[in-house]
Design a protein around this ligand. Sequence first.
Ligand code: NDP
Ligand code: 8X3
Length: 428
Amino acid sequence: KKAIVQNDQNVDAYYMLAALLNEHLDQPENSVKHFRKVLNLQPKHPFANYDLALVYHGLGDQTRAIEFYQKAVAVNPELKTEQNDIAFGIGEKEAVASESVIYQKNQSASGDDSTETNGQEHFAPTAGNGDRVNEPNEIPNGQGSSNEERMGKEKDREQQAATSQLPSSPTTVKTTVVLVTGATAGIGKATAEVFAKNGYRVIMTGRRQERLADLAMSLTSQYECAVETLAFDVRDQNAVQMAFNDLPDDWKNVDILINNAGLSRGLDPIHNGNTEDWETMIDTNIKGLLYVTRAISPHMVGRKKGHIINVSSIAGTEVYPGGNVYSATKAAVSSLTRSMRIDLHQHNIRVSQVSPGHVEETEFARVRFDGDTQRAEKVYENFQPLKSVDVAETIYFIATRPAHVNIQDVYMFGTQQANATTINRSGR
Ligand code: NDP
Ligand code: 8X3
């Protein structure tokens, strides 16, 4: 745990923590999130998928056991054997009787040597003759040589775990990959969480690397989800492109892109405007959105599949005092949403946008007023604005319509806000 605190990207540390919990401390349930973290950091880790398959098998969750066994096989085809197929319930059950190999019937807590589950016999991996036949016998990356020792403990652990269950979860990890820009705070963060909660594979991006790592850790420990993080500045086209090039292959096919990263700077009338703030807003809200879209949309076109959801604003339609350049950037986003749809609909790609009014539980106003929290709080004073999760759930709704439905824009305010400048501030 100390090693993880020192370096939260340390794959070996997560792996060893998971292995210790699972095989020495008899805490297979607790090991799951750490094995999953290993896979978030290193999706092609040579052991973690197989370990998870064994853990879930021991816990009696055959669906997930099969899922991770199949992933393990995809990473390391040598793991696919007839015996393993049978033990994980994929092959012909009858063949088991003649097996003298790595799997044997699971032993129930009552001492029976077989367990009947829904009419199906339940087979569990075991130490058997002390070897996991298909276990790679070298541990790369300096991960130590504890595998054999772990195997020796495995049977005990399995016997104890045979009757325990993971807390039930409504979801399994889906194959759909969702990329959310600006996921370190506010609407983007809430959106990443809604998708993670629903079992999607989520790529979270933003500039604040540490925050991304913390959020990813928090999501994977709470939900059955897979999370990747990419830290880059959307204003830097090279950085954007390199970040996507560096994605593991199985994360490159982004199905849903949520262009959310954005900001406002200042509220000065045009004649007093800070031109540096103008550049920042134009570069982030317009050019950043374009660079990310340029990096991802060709893959969508190639696969004839995808959905791009841009986070615009009511400011793209309405203007208000001092909103000048911010409004102009959001008008550009709205315009891009419409023209991207014309370019991409023939490739079966949906393009949508959401346009909220004031949204709290964000850093938006604080960023606009350069860290002046008192001024920021005044924006939301005495009325109930939208919350970040309201927008996140709207984005999720847009993304989860049937394939033939494309919601083009959702224009939304809190009930106490009628338009950009008309707000009932009589109290929340
Ligand atoms: P937050 O400030 O809470 O979040 C903004 C996000 O954008 C952060 O994650 C930030 O990450 C990211 N971001 C900003 N600049 C960059 C950059 N150069 N490169 C990469 N990421 C960047 O604000 P909101 O959640 O409110 O804003 C999200 C979107 O919603 C914006 O497009 C905003 O215009 C829009 N919006 C907001 C409304 C509101 O009232 N809050 C209303 C209507 C629309 P990091 O700092 O880590 O890079
Ligand atoms: C954020 C909402 O009204 O501050 O886009 O422009 S507003």
